[in-house]
Design a protein around this ligand. Structure first.
Ligand code: ADP
Ligand code: MG
Length: 255
């Protein structure tokens, strides 16, 4: 089993959209996939057409009450793609974690069972836009960290801060198992894209060759609660995510 997290403390960089569509890509390739939503905003389940209410069991119960992940998992309509959903109760748990001993190891405990059960080949973790305990928990259990980054100056400046956090939490253990994804790239903004490529030159080897382009259908599919694969007029976005999925498989050793 391989664990990959999508993380960046900046919001709106495409983390959740990538989780949903990358999860779908791998499930369609018969890679048994679980997406764990660690963001109290809980956008993964609705993005896959799954309703989740305030009192429904969620990853909040795993972190707070040591519930098993298997007990809170919901099946999506895509064969081979499950979700450990989140809801707003996770934000209350997040507050209590600040004062908890070994606060960064709550998810690790629950993940041991997932490893042993061998139900999944791939676990994708959707992180919240923060540097707090929920992100620390995610970084502690992951084999690979993917950092989606928008092509803007502010986004790139924040990248260095995130990389410091990543190295700090894992004490350098992740070596080179972290990668940057340029996401929400506007094809027409040629000059901006050139400037950004130059700004990122120090990370040259860490950047995905495949960029995720800004496409209206990605947003529309998210609103409709389905992945882009099979979404009306979603052909170009699907091709983009397929190419991206292939590169994820190669960089993160997913078979
Ligand atoms: N490549 C894209 N093209 C168009 N819209 C996108 C794209 N990626 C994300 N979005 C939209 O932007 C918003 C934020 O994206 P999201 O994936 O939720 O980011 P994050 O999880 O990093 O906060 C959502 O409304 C989403 O549908
Ligand atoms: Mg998100």
């Amino acid at each position: 089993m391989v664990t990959v997290c999508l993380a960046n403390h900046k919001g709106g960089t495409g983390k959740t959209s990538i989780c949903i569509n990358m999860g779908t890509y791998f499930a369609k390739k018969k890679v048994r996939t679980l997406i764990i939503d660690m963001d109290p905003q809980g956008h993964v389940a609705p993005g896959l057409g799954i309703d989740i209410a305030y009192n429904d069991r969620s990853i909040a119960d795993v972190l707070a009450n040591q519930e098993e992940i298997a007990a809170i998992v919901a099946n999506s309509s895509i064969k081979g793609l499950d979700v450990a959903p989140s809801n707003i109760r996770l934000s209350l748990v997040n507050e209590t974690l600040y004062n908890t001993f070994k606060r960064e190891r709550r998810l690790m405990k629950a993940m041991e069972k997932v490893y042993n059960d061998k139900t999944y080949d791939l676990v994708i973790i959707d992180c919240p836009p923060s540097l707090g305990p929920l992100v620390e928990n995610s970084l502690m259990v992951t084999d690979y960290c993917l950092i989606p980054c928008e092509p803007s100056s502010r986004s790139i400046d924040g990248l260095a801060d995130f990389i410091i956090k990543l190295k700090d939490v894992r004490d350098g253990e992740l070596d080179d198992r972290w990668h940057i994804i340029l996401s929400r790239v506007k094809k027409s903004a040629r000059l901006t894209n050139e400037v950004i490529d130059n700004k990122l030159s120090e990370y040259k080897n860490r950047i995905f060759k495949t960029k995720i382009y800004e496409r209206e259908t990605i947003n529309q599919a998210q609103i409709a609660g389905i992945p882009v694969f099979g979404f009306p007029r979603g052909q170009l976005a699907s091709e983009n995510f397929s190419k991206f999925g292939k590169e994820v498989a190669s960089r993160c050793q997913i078979k």
